[in-house]
Design a binder for this molecule. Structure first.
Ligand code: ZN
Length: 72
C-alpha cells in the first residue's frame, strides 16, 4: 500500500526545437532581404562594402529613386 501513497514522479523529456524548412526559408529570405535593402538603400559608394566603388550604386540607382531612398 505504500506505492499508492507515493507522489507520481515526472519523467524529464528532452526539449526538441522544431527547425523546419519553413524556419530556414524565413531566415534565408530575411537575410537576402536585408542584403538587398542595404545595397539599394544604404550603399552609396562613399561608404561601400567594396570600398570607394560606385558600381553597385549605379547598378541599383534607378530602383533607389523609384523606391524613394535619398540619393543625391
Ligand atoms: Zn540618384
Amino acid at each position: 500500500m505504500s506505492s499508492l501513497s507515493a507522489p507520481p514522479t515526472a519523467i524529464p523529456t528532452p526539449v526538441v526545437l522544431p527547425v523546419s524548412k519553413a524556419v530556414l526559408w524565413l531566415f534565408g529570405t530575411a537575410l537576402i532581404a536585408l542584403a538587398v535593402y542595404y545595397f539599394i538603400g544604404v550603399d552609396q559608394g562613399a561608404y561601400s562594402v567594396f570600398g570607394n566603388d560606385m558600381h553597385i550604386h549605379e547598378f541599383v540607382h534607378d530602383s533607389r529613386h523609384f523606391l524613394g531612398f535619398p540619393c543625391h
